[in-house]
Design a binder for this molecule. Structure first.
Ligand SMILES: Nc1ncnc2c1ncn2[C@@H]1O[C@H](COP(=O)(O)OP(=O)(O)OP(=O)(O)O)[C@@H](O)[C@H]1O
Length: 598
């Protein structure tokens, strides 16, 4: 979508939303332009009639000037109010649309790129700036028409004053160059603004702030945030000064021209080639010219902000469009018959950051697969590839022999459930916090109750004052949960879908004690078995605790981006490799712990 298309679209949207106010705004704008011309002409008549001592024409001209002045003042105020109403209505629509567009980004790799994050941060919540810019643009156009009217009258009186109009051009155009500098400074500082925002979150959000306080890192983080803001302020200040200098040089030329024109008219009056009234008229009109030109420049400034946000909005449309129009000819099977296969799959987060290297792996339909390995081995990356959150940079993933890349991302997500270690906390009532796992079933209490059971969260819900109707999250006056309890809510959410083809549980029990972990895992296994019968679901569990995953059908050990070992528990123990060594180490540590307790 180009800028022109976006403008056209937004004006049409405003027209559809508020025909009456749009029509009123345009009518008031036309009246305002006419009133400006009428005022200047009435003034001229008034001066001529007064100098000629003609009372009646002087009175008519005075009436005309008063009327046009009234239209300018009252109409201007009304136009301001109607403009605000239009801006507010459009900004609400835009903010909703912007959120929807951001929500359409499928692949994480793209959204994680810093330049992508910067532009998204610029466009998020910018509905008001865009809407304001859209209506300021109309204002600017009206100001330019008013200028043309004033200029026309000026030239009628004294053609030599055309030079003033020529001198207005640099005065009007140079500030745009200054504005471009200011916009470039905003773009260059976007990363620092985000950094400062992140540091602000660390310093103010209760969860990270606890850690920050205990670590005594507060002052250092404050200093970093200050440095980031200082960099932003320095860039902006230098751009603002440069813009002010450029703008002032344009106006200096105009003032020189204005002084010369006045001297010329005075000279013409003294030599009898012009009337004394012309001096007054020209002084008034030149003043109006300057006011209108300044108005046009101000409108340009305000429009420039709106246009830079509009550019980010058109970029957002293009990015979201690219995601939506991706060809997805493959059909998602009703149930899995063969399973999911990785053929020489590689993935990197950027040049030189390869995390997975030529991984070959078969996840048979109906199986439970455990992925284990050291920190940073690539376990989460692997399951995110299966979830189609990233596209492999090499090789292919197939679902019953259909390449995953050919399946629509949205449709695949409809048949996927996932619970990650950095799970989300929805500060809604508990019913919604679970039900959001399958929006279509948000009102289905039976499904939600079953999901709560499958997520082993029955006790959590029972402990809440209004059960499933309790609001969660203290920041909204609701009940606060422990991390482990939030995690059970997340597991319940993941259990909402009826027949997923892929069920991912990444570190499902990291916040739970050993007994709870065992119970949850058993429950997940039972669920996996039942889903395997319903839809041939592949359940992938990522875990560091080998004791809990020993019953999985297949255990995959990742190391250095490759599969080091795979098989079931007995096979891997018999192999006597990494798995066997780590399993024995964990078991010994557990026994030591127990004997220490006894
Ligand atoms: N979004 C990202 N951008 C860039 N690099 C990333 C990103 N996510 C992970 N990595 C890098 O990829 C590597 C593998 O990370 P991944 O989270 O897949 O490991 P993991 O085995 O799940 O680790 P853990 O057991 O600690 O959760 C790490 O070195 C990490 O730094």
């Amino acid at each position: 979508m180009s800028r022109t298309e976006a403008l056209r679209r937004l004006y049409l949207l405003s027209w559809r939303l508020h025909r009456g106010p749009v029509a009123a705004y345009l009518a008031l704008t036309v009246c305002d332009i006419l009133a400006t011309g009428a005022f200047a002409l009435s003034l001229r008549e008034l001066i001529q009639a007064a100098l000629g001592k003609h009372l009646a024409p002087a009175l008519y001209a005075a009436g005309g000037a008063a009327l046009s002045w009234t239209v300018t003042i009252i109409g201007g105020a009304a136009r301001g109010n109607v403009g605000n109403l239009l801006t507010e209505a459009l900004s609400r629509e835009l903010d909703v649309e912007i959120l929807q567009l951001i929500g359409r980004f499928g692949e994480l790799a793209r959204t994680e790129r810093p330049e992508h994050a910067d532009r998204t941060a610029m466009v998020r919540g910018s509905g008001e700036v865009i809407a304001h810019g859209i209506w300021t643009l109309v204002d600017g156009a009206a100001t330019i028409v008013r200028l043309v009217v004033v200029v026309g009258i000026l030239i009628l009186v004294a053609p030599v004053l055309l030079v003033l109009v020529v001198l207005l051009v640099p005065a009007l155009l140079l500030p745009r160059r200054g504005q471009r500098r200011i916009r470039a400074a905003a773009v260059a500082g976007a990363q620092d603004v985000r950094l400062a925002g992140h540091l602000h979150t660390l310093l103010t959000d209760p969860a990270p702030n606890t850690e920050v306080r205990i670590a005594g890192a507060g002052p250092a983080l404050h200093a970093r945030a200050e440095q980031a803001w200082e960099r932003v302020a320095r860039r902006q200040a230098s751009a603002q000064w440069a813009a002010a200098g450029i703008g002032a040089s344009g106006w200096a030329l105009f003032i020189l021209g204005y002084t010369a024109a006045m001297l010329l008219i005075v000279h013409q009056v003294t030599t009898g080639r012009a009337q004394p009234g012309d001096v007054l008229l020209i002084a008034t009109l030149a003043g109006t010219l300057r006011t209108q030109a300044e108005g046009a420049v101000r409108a340009l400034h305000r429009t420039a902000d709106g246009m830079s946000a509009l550019d980010a909005y058109t970029w957002l449309h293009r990015e979201a469009g690219a995601t939506v129009t991706a060809v997805s000819p493959g059909r998602i099977p009703e149930r899995l018959h063969r399973g999911i296969r990785l053929h020489r799959v590689s993935f990197d987060y950027g040049p030189g950051r390869e995390v997975l290297r030529e991984v070959d792996l078969t996840l048979p339909a109906g199986s439970t697969v455990a992925v284990v390995g050291e920190h940073g081995a690539g376990k989460t990356t692997l399951v995110k590839l299966l979830c189609k959150l990233y596209e492999p940079t090499g090789g292919t993933i197939t679902v019953d022999e259909v390449p995953l890349a050919e399946l629509s991302t949205g449709a695949w997500w409809q048949r996927t459930t996932a619970s990650f270690q950095d799970f989300a906390r929805f500060f809604f009532v508990a019913r919604e916090s679970v039900g959001v796992g399958d929006l279509a079933a948000l009102d289905d209490d039976q499904r939600i109750t079953r999901a709560v059971r499958d997520g082993d969260a029955e006790q959590v819900i029972a402990g809440l004052p209004d059960g499933l109707g309790t609001r969660l999250g203290r920041s909204f006056g609701g009940a606060e949960l422990s991390r482990g309890q939030w995690q059970r809510i997340a597991l319940s959410r993941a259990a909402m879908r009826v027949a997923p083809l892929l069920c991912v549980i990444d570190e499902p029990t990291a916040s739970l004690d050993a007994r709870s972990e065992y119970a949850v895992y058993q429950r997940q296994l039972t669920m996996a078995k039942s889903l395997a019968g319903t839809a041939g679901t592949v359940t992938v569990v990522v875990s560091h605790r080998f004791s809990t995953v020993r019953t999985a059908d297949l255990i995959v050990v990742l190391g250095n981006g490759r599969i080091v070992e795979q098989g079931d528990h007995e096979q891997l123990m018999a192999l006597g490799g990494t798995y066997a060594e780590l399993y024995r180490l964990q078991a010994a540590a557990y026994l030591d712990d127990r004997s220490a307790v006894q």
